[in-house]
Design a protein. Structure first.
Length: 95
């Protein structure tokens, strides 16, 4: 193994150890969608994670808006619905 590869491997090991102390690491690792990922893949996911908090009844995204991210509910609940008119709300699922 060449010198740069050894440095990269050591740096990766340190980063993974730090990752294990991250409060979101265990949550993401234990989530069904991510449970089979390698530590390196989990690091990739967590390095792109943006934690947001929403108030009760706050709209997270609107119907027909383009998808640009994945939402993971850590605590609380979310109602997923679509509208068929001004006041006609059809609940798809409550999570």
């Amino acid at each position: 193994m060449n010198f740069l590869a050894k440095i990269y491997e050591r740096t990766s090991q340190i980063a993974l150890r730090k990752l294990e102390s991250d409060h979101n690491y265990k949550f993401i690792r234990d989530t069904y969608l991510f449970q089979d990922l390698s530590p390196e893949a989990l690091y990739f996911v967590l390095s792109r994670l943006i934690e947001r908090r929403y108030t009760s009844d706050e709209l997270i995204f609107k119907q027909d808006n383009p998808s640009v991210c994945l939402f993971i509910v850590k605590r609380g609940g979310v109602e997923v619905y679509f509208s068929r008119g001004d006041d006609d709300k059809v609940i798809f699922q409550t999570v």
